[in-house]
Design a binder for this molecule. Structure first.
Ligand code: MTE
Ligand code: MO
Length: 156
């Protein structure tokens, strides 16, 4: 009995790791390769990883965020356009000029203070701006671009 349970746990663990890696976190549509690119956790893990601590308009202190650069993500998807329409799980939608991602090291963040962001807490993906490095970013016009629970990007 004990062995059966252990074996079951092992099988589940072995099966769950790749399944989690293949989990689609983001879907890019519009002016991207073949009109649609599904981005998995493994795709994101294969990109260069970046991070920094920054203040935010919704949390205390300066949490550290890690993930990938939005410009690397868009390059991976072959995005060619002027803006992205970012859509969240809660159907919040906001248009962001792609120039932001070249001007600033904007993150598609996957972790905060080393812990994976979950859908319950602004995850799995949160658009994060380097707010403390550029005074102009501490502004409501940019706060609205910090889309959390990001699930889709439409490139135009
Ligand atoms: N997914 C999602 N992201 C979002 C929002 C939202 O409602 N849903 N609100 C935006 C707005 S309008 C602002 S100002 C900042 C901070 O939102 P808050 O002040 O409502 O916490 O997050 C932005 N990101
Ligand atoms: Mo807002």
């Amino acid at each position: 009995m004990r062995h059966t349970v252990l074996r079951l746990i092992m099988i589940l663990a072995i099966w769950a790791a790749p399944a989690r890696a293949q989990e689609v976190l983001l879907t890019l549509t519009g002016a991207v390769t073949d009109g649609r690119v599904d981005i998995t956790r493994a795709d994101l893990a294969a990109l260069p990883q970046h991070g920094y601590a920054t203040s935010t308009s919704v949390s205390d202190g300066r949490p550290r965020f890690d993930g990938v650069l939005m410009r690397d993500l868009l390059a991976l998807a072959g995005a060619k356009g002027e803006s992205v329409r970012a859509r969240a799980l809660n159907d919040y939608v906001f248009d962001i000029p792609i120039s932001d991602f070249h001007r600033y090291d904007v993150l598609a963040a996957l972790t905060m203070n080393g812990a994976p962001l979950t859908a319950r807490d602004k995850g799995p993906v949160w658009i994060v701006y380097p707010r403390d490095d550029h005074p102009e970013l501490a502004d409501i016009r940019y706060d609205m671009r910090w889309v959390w629970q990001l699930v889709a990007l439409h490139v135009e």
